[in-house]
Every structure is written in structure tokens, then in C-alpha cells.
Ligand binder design. Structure first.
Ligand code: NAP
Length: 221
């Protein structure tokens, strides 16, 4: 499969890229900073020579998304899996104190990013025989058992879960599966050093949805 992972220069996205390469897939690494290209490629190329590609992509920037989609459609016939992994954490304020500007800032990357990126890449995903869109979400955005604090982050992931269900319904007639997944609390720059799960364990939760053909579309795993 050809798999594109947003925010794959570090953290869970990077671990997922390594896992996919070790399992024989072709991976399109993306990072928002062009300077991350060479270092990431140098590190990953030896895992599966010839199967690592790079695309600059800032998911909070509509022009960057458009440029990436255009460049990818010239380079590749199809993409099988889009993993909307790039994300940022908000300040810790709850809904009583959070500034609307902070909500907007987080939504731009965590919600509008996956929405616009999925839309831009749909033409090339549609060329795959069985395309999948996987949104990396969080239990912090699950309505069931919702907690307080980190309002902007929680709301962005709740919105992402909603987007997943609606897009799955919109694309069901075309056989494109759209799902969301929580990687658990993972030891990355975002998750912090107290997190119990390794990036590899977090990535494995996402990888399950890539490999398993029997998953039902429109769900939060
Ligand atoms: P991380 O270590 O902070 O890495 C985040 C990645 O996203 C980096 O590659 C970063 O790139 C990229 N990114 C951020 N904004 C971007 C943008 N505008 N355009 C493109 N890339 C961008 O975080 P992580 O823990 O790996 O998290 C990955 C995903 O898992 C996120 O969606 C997060 O919400 C979710 N998640 C994480 C945990 C956890 O415990 N860690 C739990 C639940 C869900 P730069 O290097 O350029 O900043």
C-alpha cells in the first residue's frame, strides 16, 4: 500500500512510518518544515530503500495543502491510505476560561487541517481500489466519559470525531473507509515523559486500521 502520514517527522507519525516501511509498504513522509526532509529521509531510507518519499505539508495552511495535493497527483497514480496524524495540544484552560482565539488556533491544525487535507487528496485516494482515511484523534475528544480542562484540544478532537462519522457516510457509496483512532497516552513531545505507551505502541493502534480490512467505517477506535 502507499500510505501518506501527516506530521511524520517525529512522534507517533514517525513511528508509524517506520512500522509501515518495515512491513513492506511505501510511505510518503510529510513535514511542515522543509528542513526536516533530508534528516528524516536519511534516517528512514535504509529501512526500505526506494520506498520512502517526502512531501512538504503544513496542514494549517490551505496553500500548502493545495500545493502538496497538486505535487502528489503528478508524482503518484494513487494513494491508498491517508493518515491525518499531525496535531497540536492547546493550553490547559477549560471552557470557563479558554480564549476563542486559542480554540481557533487549535481547530486550524486539528480539525480544518484533516478536513481540507482529506478533501484535497480525495481525487488521488479515489484512484485506489480500497482507500482509507484515518484520523488520529484522542479519548479527550470522546463525548462518552468527557472530562474538563484542555477545552480547545478536546473540542478539536470532538469535531474531528464528528468529521470522521460524516465523511464516512458521505463516502460510503465509494467504498472509502473513514475512521478515527486514539493511540492512547503516548510518550512523545505532546504526551510527555509520564505517558505509559511508547510511540511504537501508539503507532500500532493506527497500523491496525491500515492492515485490517474488516474494520467498520465511521467509527472511533
Ligand atoms: P508530537 O510528538 O507533538 O508530534 C506532532 C507532529 O505533528 C510533529 O511531526 C509536528 O511537526 C506535526 N505538526 C504539528 N502541526 C503541524 C502542521 N500544522 N502541519 C504539519 N505537521 C504538523 O505529537 P504526537 O504525540 O506524535 O501526536 C500525534 C497525534 O496523536 C496528534 O494528532 C495527537 O493529537 C494525537 N494523540 C497523541 C497522544 C499522546 O499521548 N501523545 C494521545 C492522543 C492523541 P513539527 O515537528 O513541525 O512540529
Amino acid at each position: 500500500m502507499k500510505i501518506l502520514i501527516t506530521g511524520s517527522n517525529r512522534g507517533i507519525g514517525r513511528a508509524l512510518a517506520e512500522m509501515a516501511l518495515k512491513n513492506g509498504h511505501e510511505v510518503i513522509i510529510t513535514a511542515r518544515k522543509p528542513e526536516d526532509e533530508q534528516a528524516t529521509l536519511n534516517d528512514l531510507e535504509h529501512l526500505s530503500p526506494g520506498n520512502v518519499h517526502f512531501q512538504q505539508l503544513d496542514v494549517s495552511n490551505a496553500d500548502s495543502i493545495r500545493n502538496a495535493a497538486s505535487s502528489l497527483s503528478q508524482k503518484f497514480d494513487s494513494i491508498d491510505v491517508l493518515v491525518n496524524n499531525a496535531g497540536i495540544i492547546s493550553d490547559s484552560k477549560g471552557t470557563d476560561l479558554v480564549n476563542a482565539k486559542e480554540v481557533e488556533r487549535i481547530m486550524q491544525t486539528n480539525f480544518y487541517g484533516p478536513l481540507q487535507n482529506s478533501q484535497a487528496l480525495l481525487p488521488i485516494l479515489r484512484k485506489s481500489k480500497s482507500a482509507k482515511i484515518i484520523n488520529v484523534s484522542s479519548g479527550m475528544g470522546a463525548l462518552d466519559g468527557m472530562g474538563g480542562g484542555y477545552a480547545a484540544y478536546r473540542l478539536s478532537k470532538t469535531a474531528l470525531n464528528g468529521l470522521t462519522a460524516v465523511m464516512a457516510a458521505d463516502l460510503s457509496g465509494e467504498g472509502i473507509k473513514v475512521n478515527a483512532v486514539c493511540p492512547g497516552w503516548v510518550h512523545t513531545d505532546m504526551g510527555g515523559k509520564d505517558a505509559p505507551r511508547t510511540p511504537e505502541q501508539g503507532a500500532a493502534s493506527i497500523y491496525y486500521l491500515i492492515e485490517n480490512e474488516n474494520v467498520v467505517s465511521g467509527k472511533f477506535y
